[in-house]
Design a protein around this ligand. Sequence first.
Ligand code: SF4
Ligand code: SF4
Ligand code: FES
Length: 232
Amino acid sequence: MGQAYEVPETLTILKAMEFAGYQYKRGCGCRGGICGACGTVYRKQGDHTLHTGLACQTVAEDDMILAQIPFFPANRADHGGVDTSLSPDEQIATLYPEIFRCVGCGTCTRTCPMDIDVMGYIAHFKRGDVMRGAKTSFDCIMCGLCVSRCPANISQMNVAMAARRIAAGQMTPRSESTKSRAEQVNAGRYEEMLAELGQMDKEELKTLYVEREREPDLSLPGEWMPHDQSKL
Ligand code: SF4
Ligand code: SF4
Ligand code: FES
């Protein structure tokens, strides 16, 4: 970012930046490759290629020239305003007609730090296969790096998010257990518990959290139940 720094070997870019004296207020979140806040572009001396990565996952190298892109502007259509009388693929085509401008260059796929076949999911949407595109894009962390490189000005991550919403909301059977839980919530079953929690101070809440009964990691689905079932 316009300055040269010497940092110890093996640090990630994110730790190297902190070693160099930067303090993260933006451009950093989970530090574990999940939140997508630390998208970074870099070049190496003598290498014409523009590389991309996550600052929290990519190890700093000698002569790396880099800048972080904590946010990249991306077109986001009004997903709430979608016409559900249209088929799922027509909804995507209406929200994001720019997908048909994809030239199949593959830059997005080469850019993605999550190794997602971004060009592939855009192609699924163009072909009308919303469910397949939604599944292909499932690991997207919304870092925006693909958007920053697309010559067709497509906001791939937002198209994919709309598709996952449509796939989940309109193409997937409703979960009966979620439905009955939502009915219990709407009927006020948890109001008293929430009010109790609201009365507790921070220390009481911490104790409650630490001492809570937890499902064992290896329990089989449906086999484990807490001793105290009054809160279910
Ligand atoms: S698909 Fe795009 S926004 Fe999602 S993780 Fe890959 S590069 Fe980032
Ligand atoms: S970068 Fe844009 S134009 Fe190139 S394959 Fe990806 S979506 Fe298509
Ligand atoms: S800090 Fe969250 S992905 Fe890097």
